[in-house]
Design a protein around this ligand. Structure first.
Ligand code: GRF
Length: 201
């Protein structure tokens, strides 16, 4: 399956997916292209280092969000991408983009959605004082961090846990959960009914 990854920053989730493919955990998966809206994204360096085609698309060259997304969709179609993975991609996906790839765009979020949507979710959960938080992988629709949930995993926040430790633990979970969700998709085990995701056993 041809996968396109959109990333704006560090790209540790991108790296986890690359490693899962290299280790043979993710089979029948090929990252055909990595696209970034940030010229300096470390994710772009990771793709170069792993000989993966990569592309920086400068938002300043496009007047509207739809024009920008039209360009991205054009590239994804040229590459015959079947699954789009958002891995720390910091731009909203337009309705146009969602419609072109509905049910085939995934995102990972570092909280138990629907709690702590948006940016800095780990810190928000930590400062709120919740005792349990976690990671969510979900399909992307036109709502903010509210598309159908594919997988979630929890972590208990102990009283003496630092924010840095929590961040580290959350990322460890992310790096296992995202490949797992992608694997289920590739094996055609996921289906959506009334906004709920079911896993074929
Ligand atoms: C992750 O915490 C992910 O949940 C969120 O953005 C972060 C991206 O990290 N959507 P990285 O760029 O994959 O290291």
């Amino acid at each position: 399956m041809k996968i396109g990854i959109l990333a704006s920053g560090n790209g540790s989730n991108l790296q986890a997916i690359i490693d899962s493919i290299n280790k043979g955990y993710l089979q029948n998966a090929e990252i055909s292209i990595v696209i970034s809206d940030n010229e300096n994204a470390y994710a772009l360096k990771r793709s170069k280092d792993n000989n993966i085609k990569n592309l920086y698309i400068n938002k300043k060259e496009y007047k509207t969000r739809i024009e920008y997304d039209t360009k991205i969709v054009e590239v994804l179609k040229e590459e015959k991408i079947e699954l789009v993975i958002l891995a720390g991609y910091l731009r909203w996906i337009s309705e146009y983009f969602v419609n072109e790839y509905r049910g085939r765009i995934m995102n990972i979020h570092p909280s138990l959605l629907p709690s702590f949507k948006g940016l800095n979710a780990i810190e928000k959960a930590y400062n709120y004082g919740v005792k349990i938080t976690g990671v969510t992988v979900h399909f992307v629709d036109e709502t903010e961090d509210a598309g159908p949930i594919i997988l979630q995993e929890t972590i208990i926040i102990n009283e003496n846990m630092s924010l840095e430790k929590l961040e580290e633990e959350i990322h460890k979970i992310e790096h296992k959960l995202y490949p797992k969700a992608i694997d289920l998709f590739i094996k055609d085990k996921l289906y959506i009914e009334n906004k709920k995701v079911f896993i074929r056993r």
